[in-house]
Structures are given as C-alpha cells and as structure tokens.
Design a protein around this ligand. Structure first.
Ligand code: FAD
Length: 381
C-alpha cells in the first residue's frame, strides 16, 4: 500500500546575511509574494518573528542571538503558493531555506494507524520530527532491521526546483530521485510530498527496557551485545545506551537495553533468553501495546505528543559513526571511563543486520549496509 504524505504546512525561510526590513530587494520580494496571494509572511522586524522562527527548534544551540536570522518567514498555504514563493525568492535574488512543514512523524503514525492498526511506516521514534528532512536524510527507526530506513520505503516524491517546476519520480530523473531519498534535505529542491510504502505490524508489539549497572557487568554485556544484536531475529531491534551515573557520590557505569519486538512478550523473552541469556531479561521489563502506543512509550512527554512545540528542549550535540567490527572489552571500558566523568552524555549503539544487510549500499545515498554491525551516536549536552 502506498500513500502520498502531504505536508499540511510548510515554512519557507528566506535567508540573507543582511536582514534589513527596509532592504530594497525585500520590497521586490514582498510585492511579488503579495501579488501571488501569499498572506502568511513574517518579516524580521515583526514582533512575533523570533517566536515563529524558534518554535520548533529542538536544539537550543540554534536559538542563540549570534546565529544569523532570515529576512522573512513564509508559510505557503498550498502547493501553488509554495511554487510561487520559490519563484519570487529566486527572481528577487534571495536564498531559500526550507523548514519542515506540519507533517511530523506523529501525524504520519496517526494517519497510517487510523486507516489500519496493522500498518506502519518505518520512521524514527521522536514524534515532533518533521518528515521533510527525516525522510530525505534516511530516517532510522526501531523497525529498520525488519524493513530498512524510511527512505528505503519511499516510493515517489513531489519536488519543486529553483524555477518553481514541480516534478515527480519520472520527471525529476533517476539520479535526483536517488538523491532525495537519503542525500539530505534542501539541496535538490523543496519536497512538497513523499509517497510512502507502508509495512505490516502485528496488533500487539512489545517494548522493552532493561537497565544494567556496574563496570564489569556493563562491559561484558555490551561486548556480547555487539555479536548478537545485529544477528538477532529481525523482529527484534535492541539498542543499548551507555552512560554513567552518580550513586551516593560514586560513579557507576550503566547500560540501557531498549527496543521493540514485533510480537508478544512471551516470544521476546524466549528469543532473547535463548540467544542472550547473560542479559537476564525479565518479563516485567517488557510491555505489550499497539505499535502506535509504542511510539508514545519511547517518548516521556506524552501530553505533547501531537504538539509540534516540544517543551523538553536542551543544548546538545550529536555525532554519528558506524562500526564494522566489534569494539574490544578494553575499548568499551575506556568509553565508560569517559561517560562516568560526563554523566550527562551518552552513547547509543543501534544494531543493523536483518533487512539492512539485504539492501545494496548504492541503492540510496545511505551506504551503511552489509558489513555495518551497528551505528553509534555520541551525544553531549
Ligand atoms: C529529538 C530528536 C530525535 C531524533 N530522532 C531520530 C530518529 O529516531 N531517527 C532518525 O533517523 N533521526 C532522528 N533525528 C534526526 C532527524 O531525523 C533530523 O534532525 C531531521 O533533519 C529532522 O527533520 P526536519 O524535517 O524536522 O528538519 P528541518 O530542521 O526542518 O530541516 C533540516 C534540513 O532539511 C531541509 N528540509 C526540511 N524539509 C524539507 C523539504 N520539505 N524539502 C527540502 N528540504 C527540506 C532543510 O532545508 C534543512 O536543510 C532526531 C532529531 C531530534 C531533534
């Protein structure tokens, strides 16, 4: 089954290094937009400009005063307004910066599961993420071992180029369609919509959350995990998150084994118990629910799950990496040395294998396929 997932709202941000409201280039742009019937325009001198610009920034680094600001924010109300906005911008000598529209991941989950609770789309777990760049950057989920990335499941796209021309898979050309599925947003045009391929999920899935402590215990478990998690049944995606914690002024290592099983808890506990008995997964560390509820489960701020404005904002920096061979026990222990010192930082290890091994590294721009054991995310706050 395939659907065109249409942004409900798209912010276009027109950027310049000299953001002056009285700028003559600005007058040309504004009159072109107004002539095109575009009304939702906010210039840099407007009182609500900063709140509109920053409302969906998830990383507070980008809201600091030294970060340069655009001249105008345009929210096109339709596909034709989006085309017109691009044309006016380019014709008047400005640069376009796109920000993802209203089609957040949670809106995709809701739309898909309201049509059938047994359908889903393989996207990330954080509900406020916009679909525009998430899909065009790859999009990793807790189902990637079964179904691959969001971009692997993207069947078509409507792309608006710098001349305002709208193109689909056939008219944009094979190379551009390859690039928009994982090659990054903003470089190839503005994506108005993606057609997404849906996948089957059971009525009941199981989430799990097993926290383990202690340097030797964590080192041994994580070392073993590297050999097992990429080889597990592809219905199981088991992430491990490594960090440190202060307990009564003593620094302790911790590892959180967290993830999703596309099936019921008895099956999960039996499968994990067989291949990874050292973890000692207990039934009370597993929770049955529907697939859409699992998305909410992984996000602590449930009240705001449908709200694009997510209040739990912080300053952070994340770098990604990919492992082709397991890390030695001394390497893991060295990593834990650092994480115990910096207890607000952590490292996620996200297993590949399964479907990820079956997709050619040249199929889309995301190349980390067969031979890539797991992805690493280093996060500092
Ligand atoms: C809290 C949090 C959790 C995350 N969790 C995951 C996860 O589980 N899995 C995962 O894979 N990633 C995850 N990410 C990373 C996320 O996928 C990226 O940050 C992604 O860029 C967000 O997409 P966006 O559309 O909101 O980006 P935006 O900030 O809106 O845009 C980023 C870039 O994409 C361009 N762009 C946006 N929309 C379009 C469009 N329609 N057409 C053309 N270009 C466009 C913009 O111009 C910009 O260059 C997470 C990020 C955060 C902040």
């Amino acid at each position: 089954m395939a659907k065109f997932c249409t942004p409900l709202l798209l912010l276009i941000i027109i950027w310049t290094t000299w953001a002056l409201a009285e700028n003559p280039k600005g007058e040309g742009l504004l009159s072109c937009l107004q002539a095109g019937g575009i009304k939702n325009i906010t210039v840099v001198s407007s009182a609500n400009f900063d709140s509109l610009l920053d409302f969906n920034a998830q990383n507070l680094r980008f809201t600091e005063p030294q970060v340069s600001k655009p001249y105008v924010i345009i929210i096109p109300a339709s596909k034709s307004q989006l085309q017109q906005s691009v044309v006016c911008t380019i014709e008047n000598g400005w640069e376009v910066r796109v920000r993802s529209g209203g089609a957040t991941l949670v809106k995709i989950y809701s739309a898909v599961t309201s049509s059938s609770p047994n359908l889903a789309f393989s996207v990330g777990i954080c509900p406020t993420i916009g679909s525009g760049r998430h899909i065009s950057g790859g999009g990793q989920s807790f189902m990637l071992r079964k179904y691959g990335l969001a971009a692997d499941n993207t069947l078509d796209a409507l792309l608006i180029n710098a001349s305002g021309k709208i193109m689909d898979k056939n008219t944009m050309g094979e190379d551009v369609f390859w690039a928009v599925r994982g090659g990054g947003g903003g470089s190839w045009g503005v994506v108005f919509a993606f057609k997404i391929g849906l996948v089957s999920v059971p009525s009941i899935v199981t989430t799990f959350n097993a926290l383990r402590y202690g340097r030797d215990n964590v080192t041994d478990l994580v070392h073993r995990w590297q050999y097992l998690a990429p080889q597990m049944n592809e219905d199981i995606t088991m992430r491990t998150q490594l960090g440190g914690i202060n307990v009564n002024n003593t620094k302790v290592s911790r590892a959180l084994f967290i993830g999703l099983f596309l099936g019921q808890k008895e099956g999960l506990v039996a499968k994990v118990g067989k291949v990874f008995p050292e973890l000692g997964m207990a039934a009370n560390e597993t929770h049955e629910m529907s697939y859409v509820e699992s998305i909410a489960y992984f996000n602590s701020d449930l009240e705001n799950i449908y709200d694009r404005y997510y209040p739990s904002k912080s300053f952070f920096k994340i770098k990604s990496d990919f492992a082709k061979s397991p890390i030695s026990k001394s390497g893991i222990s060295g990593l834990l040395d650092i994480l115990e010192e910096e207890v607000t930082s952590f490292v996620n290890l996200n297993p590949h294998g399964g479907r990820m091994d079956g997709i050619l590294s040249s199929a889309i721009p995301f190349p980390h396929r067969a031979g890539s054991l797991f992805g690493l995310q280093y996060m500092v706050t």
